[in-house]
Write a protein that binds this ligand. Structure first.
Ligand SMILES: [Zn+2]
Ligand SMILES: [Zn+2]
Length: 393
């Protein structure tokens, strides 16, 4: 049983580390050990390492470390791109070497050898498209076109010049400090793609997330079918009941079947657990970005809206408090004329702050279908198409 427990521990530790790293800063984990693990992984571990380097190599070592940190985190670099290719390539090779000799199996057809290759190929193609396509770079030549396509809403965007590019910043654009350029409909800078995600490659990015979610589910189900086929082909249930005298019921057979699977196919089970965890994470990322696309909002704008709405709420709260204070002062001065309000009545009286209702007025949200169309066919592509058509005529 030692191997099984080792596998269970490995799965739990992997899940804990991945969830803490990616979701540790979420409000629901505030004050929990998941947030502490997140802080350690994102800041604490680096700080300990820096102190160690300083202790061993002195200020020269820390300078070199800061330079490496600057190169890895603040400059465009292909480190995460290489890591993505290594993870996808490594996992697929592992599946080919350990599982392909059981395909075709009792529950899985032979063509999955080729469709799996095609599915991985499509995933890599989407990765390359999102990584190397232009996200919608704004320069002095096309800035006027972008300014007319993306009007200012004067709520979260107003006329402003980019201090680095020295051009007007169209609404929804942002200057990426890593790529050192202004990008239209800027979503975020993706380290995995080593590229900004903007107006022209959001579609590839969202398709990349969906396709990799599908790939992980496909891998998990396919390995599951291979293992189920092995159980059937080797007549494990028959051997367990006929030769080992185990009762033919789901409850008594399950632990023995699991033990046999873990002992005989531990690599396949590890890969299955890994793919299942990654598919869960990817489903969350895809759901989040799909909902942003359907409401025509970018990740960058969600932060802007958060700031705007909380500031607006504070202003409204201050106004409501001032009005309430004025009303109670008026009430106090006219108390001689009016009978005083009962204490119970005033206790249950609705607070003025409860009436505050802040509305998010996103002018770029043109309805579900038009928003989706804007992702598939970006505004600037439509504009350049009509412009070149006019030129030809
Ligand atoms: Zn700029
Ligand atoms: Zn960038």
């Amino acid at each position: 049983m030692a191997v099984q427990w080792l596998l269970v521990c490995h799965g739990l530790v992997t899940l804990l580390v991945v969830v803490s790293f990616l979701c540790g800063q979420w409000p629901i984990f505030q004050g929990t050990f998941i947030q502490r693990i997140h802080n350690f992984l994102t800041f604490g571990a680096f700080d300990y390492f820096r102190r160690f380097i300083e202790y061993v190599f002195g200020s020269r070592g820390t300078n070199a470390l800061y330079l490496a940190q600057y190169y890895c985190c603040d400059r465009p670099n292909p480190i995460l791109q290489a890591m993505y290719l290594a993870i996808v390539g490594g996992t697929y090779c592992l599946i080919v070497y350990t599982t392909f000799n059981y395909i075709p199996g009792h529950y899985i057809a032979g063509y999955h050898r080729y469709t799996s290759m095609l599915a991985v190929g499509v995933g890599i193609l989407l990765f390359l498209l999102a990584s190397f396509s232009d996200p919608g770079t704004i320069n002095s030549e096309n800035v006027s076109q972008y300014l007319s396509l993306y009007p200012y809403d004067n709520i979260i965007y107003s006329e402003k010049e980019c201090s680095t590019c020295k051009i007007l910043k169209p609404a929804r654009s942002k200057h990426c400090s890593i790529c050192d350029r202004c990008v239209a409909r800027f979503d975020h800078h993706c380290g995995w793609m080593n590229n900004c995600i903007g107006e022209k490659n959001t579609l590839y990015f969202v398709m990349f997330l969906f396709w990799h979610f599908f790939l992980c589910v496909y891998g998990t189900v396919a390995i599951g079918l291979v293992l189920a086929g092995r159980l059937k082909e080797l007549e494990v249930v028959y051997i367990l009941t006929a030769y080992y005298g185990i009762e033919n019921s789901f409850r008594s057979l399950t632990p023995h079947v699991v033990q046999w699977l873990v002992n005989s196919y531990n690599t396949q089970i590890l890969v299955m657990v890994f793919l299942a965890i990654v598919s869960l994470l990817l489903s969350g990322f895809f759901g989040y970005h799909a909902s942003l696309c359907l409401s025509n909002t970018t990740t960058n704008e969600t932060f802007k809206w958060q700031d705007y709405l909380s500031w607006q709420r504070k202003v409204e709260e201050a106004k409501a408090s001032a009005e309430a204070l004025k009303a109670s002062l008026d009430e106090l001065s006219s108390q001689e004329i009016k009978p005083p309000q009962s204490k119970w009545k005033s206790f249950f009286r609705k607070s003025h702050l409860e009436d505050i209702n802040i509305v998010k007025n996103n002018i770029y949200d043109r309805g579900f279908l038009k928003n989706l169309y804007e992702i598939i066919y970006p505004l600037s592509s439509r504009h350049s198409f009509s412009f070149s058509k006019l030129k030809n005529e």
